[in-house]
Design a protein around this ligand. Structure first.
Ligand SMILES: [Zn+2]
Ligand SMILES: [Zn+2]
Ligand SMILES: [Zn+2]
Length: 116
């Protein structure tokens, strides 16, 4: 992950879902249709602190029902995590339920707030 721009509270990154192209990576409508994760803007901002999305492993693509963006990071490949985080005790950091859906405790981030 290489931020395009970084401020104190946010980072601007290339949309992982379309790899910064701004076009639908799967060409569902057509190869020229707009990426629905970034709405064609090619980049997305994420509030800090950030971590690679454990659920889609940074691809921005949903591990289930591929061709959709990852519901955890919404195509960013990166998520905002709690200020003080620890590995999620429910999924052990895999971010998944045995069913394949994202972990309901950490909401697919693989980490939870240490204060919990
Ligand atoms: Zn995009
Ligand atoms: Zn994701
Ligand atoms: Zn979890």
């Amino acid at each position: 992950m290489h931020p395009l721009k970084e401020t104190q509270s946010k980072v601007l990154i290339n949309c992982a879902f379309c790899r910064g192209r701004g076009k639908d990576p799967f060409g569902i409508m057509s190869y020229l249709s707009t990426c629905y994760a970034c709405k064609g803007k090619k980049s997305l901002s994420v509030a800090k602190p950030i971590k690679g999305c454990a659920y889609c492993q940074g691809t921005g693509v949903s591990p289930i029902g591929a061709r959709n963006y990852c519901l955890v990071c919404r195509g960013r490949g990166i998520v905002t995590i709690p200020e003080v985080a620890k590995v999620c005790p429910r999924c052990g950091g895999s971010a998944r339920e045995p069913s394949g859906f994202y972990c309901i405790k950490c909401k697919g981030k693989g980490v939870v707030s240490k204060k919990e």
